[in-house]
Design a protein around this ligand. Sequence first.
Ligand SMILES: Nc1ncnc2c1ncn2[C@@H]1O[C@H](COP(=O)(O)OP(=O)(O)OP(=O)(O)O)[C@@H](O)[C@H]1O
Ligand SMILES: [Mg+2]
Length: 211
Amino acid sequence: MKLSGIYHAYEQPILSGVDLSVAPGECIGIIGPSGSGKSTLLQILGLLKRPNAGSLFFDSVDVFTLDEEARRKLRLNEIGFVFQDAHLVPYLTVREQLELVQGESETEGDAIGLLTDLGLRHRVTELPERLSGGERQRVAVARALINDPQLILADEPTASLDFVNGRLVMERLADAAHNRNKRVLVITHDERMLDVCDRVLRLRDGQLIAI
Ligand SMILES: Nc1ncnc2c1ncn2[C@@H]1O[C@H](COP(=O)(O)OP(=O)(O)OP(=O)(O)O)[C@@H](O)[C@H]1O
Ligand SMILES: [Mg+2]
């Protein structure tokens, strides 16, 4: 996956020439001040936002040249996204949040296994309103991983977690890269979580810089 020459502005310019290549098996951490454009960048990578300029290549296809239907398929099958707020569906149980996005090849056992890995085995029949903020966030992580996507994008997945559960989530994300050959990008404010990443990049003044 390769992002090249990305520009994006709202009222102010936010991204001004961002380039990034992510190889299979790589877990990349992204840091940067609040408002620097980290979530905007992740939304562009997740095909949720079209930038003002630039290209995003998946297997040598520029996804911004595809039609909406092809982009939707790519998003559904190849990209797992953990939003900055969990964005769970209020009237679905934990188990059903995963079923909602699950492809036909994944089984109920896969979902339960993943929820167990994330410490949620005893929560599968609960509705989001009965979960803690950290539990909701872990459901959102499970939902991003259930389809076994090639690219996993996580926007502050550890923000509402204590240290132990934060590690659990970061290690599960890094495992997807290191043991399942996925591409993983994680935004975090918590520098203690960055040691599981292979590279850390800082977004600042509209540019991504290796640190
Ligand atoms: N839809 C939008 N319309 C207008 N301005 C926006 C929009 N989304 C974000 N912004 C602005 O763009 C800037 C970058 O926002 P973004 O959410 O990408 O930052 P961030 O680095 O993720 O910040 P944080 O660490 O606080 O989550 C901010 O100044 C924000 O107010
Ligand atoms: Mg953000």
